[in-house]
Design a protein around this ligand. Structure first.
Ligand SMILES: Nc1ncnc2c1ncn2[C@@H]1O[C@H](COP(=O)(O)OP(=O)(O)O)[C@@H](O)[C@H]1O
Ligand SMILES: [Mg+2]
Length: 321
């Protein structure tokens, strides 16, 4: 088990939110969700930043940027003390900016292990740019190692995509255990907001059964909007474009549009509850009837504690799962 120190509560004003998109399973739709929700929110007039914390750099390429061969990536900020603001690049989508990933990040898990306050590096370096954005999305790698722990420590909330397949709930307890450890030791305010069902296949009963099971277990934590399996969504990254620019009339586009709106409703409600003025709320972007304001109970999800005692193994901050 790593040594953890407690932070005093952060005083960063809540303008929008910093969301870590996490699930240690690969291929569940983390990057697709980050890229497309971020693009729609930017299209609504919000100032949005995507931080690509995955060495694979799929958010970077999916937004049409080059994965930095040397330097000029989030790695340089985390481990070389480079100002994060200087690493931000614009994307083709107005209002949507990116801190790219690079191959160097692949070594960051190991390099961070020897750095003081290693779980708080991202939290420290991102502070200086928070006030420049309404929404910040951190795209996590498929593990519960130090990069994901850094994202959970920096974020206000975690967004968990879950693929509508048979083993959807498998591994969730490990993720929840990690969220609890981060709350207990590093970021007491970390919320879960919320679970996104992805790759729903309307042609099979299995997707519907899995979606129903996930809703039974997780209730209001699950977004109403379900993301269907869509060839267009799978194609868009190879064109370096969010779905809003690649195939705006496709089913996948409609779904991510709805998810972005539903997320906005949840964030605005949360801000209202804390008496904070939300960020830019442009006219003409009011939530549609399909995303009614019914999420009060889901704003701060209390994730049930796992029944098994945690050990120092997989899932612990600093673990290399
Ligand atoms: N709703 C969807 N329909 C079809 N393909 C999808 C969908 N969501 C994601 N994909 C594809 O599935 C793969 C994994 O998605 P990705 O978002 O990269 O997952 P993760 O970031 O969790 O590893 C990618 O090739 C992506 O283009
Ligand atoms: Mg990814």
């Amino acid at each position: 088990m790593v040594e953890l120190t407690r932070d005093s509560p952060r005083v960063r004003p809540l303008v929008g939110q910093m969301l870590a998109c996490a699930n240690q399973k690969g291929g569940v739709g983390k990057t697709t969700t980050v890229v497309n929700v971020a693009a729609y929110l930017a299209g609504d007039g919000r100032r949005v930043l995507v931080v690509d914390l995955d060495p694979q750099g799929n958010a970077t390429s999916g937004l049409g940027a080059e994965r930095a061969a040397a330097g000029a990536s989030v790695y340089d900020s985390l481990l070389r003390g480079v100002d994060l603001g200087s690493l931000i690049v614009p994307t083709e989508t107005p209002g949507l900016s990116l801190v790219p990933s690079s191959i160097a990040l692949a070594g960051a898990e190991v390099e961070l292990a020897g750095v003081p306050q290693r779980e708080r590096r991202l939290s420290r370096v991102i502070e200086s740019v928070c006030s420049d954005f309404d929404d910040i999305f951190i795209d996590c790698p498929p593990s519960l190692g130090l990069l994901t722990v850094n994202a959970l420590t920096a974020a206000d909330a975690v967004l968990i995509p879950m693929q509508c397949e048979y083993y959807a709930l498998e591994g969730l307890s490990q993720l929840i255990a990690t969220i609890h450890l981060v709350r207990d030791h590093l970021n007491p305010a970390l919320a879960v907001r919320g679970v996104v069902l992805t790759m729903f296949d309307t042609r099979t009963n299995l997707s519907a059964e899995v979606a129903a099971e996930v809703r039974t277990h997780l209730g209001a934590a699950v977004f109403d909007t379900v993301i269907p399996r869509s060839v267009r969504l799978a194609e868009a990254p190879s064109h370096g474009r969010p779905i809003a620019r690649y195939a705006p009339d496709s089913r996948g586009a409609t779904a991510y549009r709805a998810l972005a709106t539903e997320l906005r409703v949840r964030l605005d409600q949360e801000a209202g509850r804390h008496g904070v003025v939300p960020g830019v709320v442009p006219s003409g972007t009011a939530p549609s009837a399909t995303t009614a304001l019914t999420h009060d109970a889901s704003l701060s999800i209390t994730v049930p504690r796992p029944h098994v005692p945690l050990d120092a193994g997989a899932g612990a901050p600093g673990g290399m799962a």
